[in-house]
Design a protein around this ligand. Sequence first.
Ligand code: NAD
Length: 289
Amino acid sequence: MDNRISGHTGLLALIGSPVGHSGSPAMYNYSFARLGLDYVYVAFDIKEDQTKDAIAAMKTFKMRGMNVTMPCKTAACQYMDRLSPAAQIIGAVNTIVNDDGVLTGHMTDGEGFVRNLSDHGVDVKGKKITIAGGGGAATAIQVQCALDGAASICIFNRKDAFWGRTLETAEKIRRAVPECQVEVYDIADTEKMTEEIRSSQIFVNATVVGMKPMDGETVVKDTKAFYPGLVVADVVYNPEETRLLREAKEAGCVCIGGKGMLLWQGVAAFKLYTGLDMPVQEVKERFFS
Ligand code: NAD
């Protein structure tokens, strides 16, 4: 690292809070070194009310890019000069590219999800997809699946603080991608959820259920929803095998964990920053196996 950093080295960073546990600095710095790119990537602990200052500093320091995590993703949107189609619909950004002072906000979480599915041989085009969740990850996935040609998206969420946002996302998708059919239901209606999952080709958990401290729980209350060949994807990556995936596997489903989504959203951001492909296979083996 000492030999690598000079007066010319460009800066990129992750902002959000907390960020200390993030694997992004290791993944990006390895890739920069591997491709001989004169950049360094660090993480800054930034609270939501500091988002504006952090983005202004990005211009001051002529930083090439920033990844944005919770709780800054929505706040960051208003300080962008341009937005990608997905970021525009979602109203949040996780990747900012600085082109000579012009900031473009992207949302690569949904793209990461779809590319992780492709990496497992699953295409969302023309599929019926049932998705549990209405928060940040769920919204990004729902919008990207619609943009990438899903035939219909059936959303289940709790009638909690995210319910209004879930209905709004459905409305935004209907306006932006009218050929994709979108419905929203209460996740408490187990019978409806079982019926909708059984008639889908892909089911996704994009809630916090399954993640610690809810690691013994699952959003699928009736395992009759599962059938052999159904694709079941979880955005939760810690633990790697959630109760949802364990029960789905026992029922003969094709199971996909959340770790790959993290990798592929990073791959997409790396391309936006550098125009180059991250050495995916090496990064996968070093940091994701
Ligand atoms: P969020 O806080 O924005 O949304 C939380 C969601 O969970 C909401 O839909 C909420 O209604 C739902 N929820 C909360 N408690 C529930 C319960 N008891 N039963 C049913 N639903 C419940 O969170 P987020 O940022 O969208 O993150 C969701 C999950 O996605 C987290 O586990 C996060 O680690 C994961 N995630 C993974 C990746 C990845 O790359 N794999 C990326 C982003 C987020």
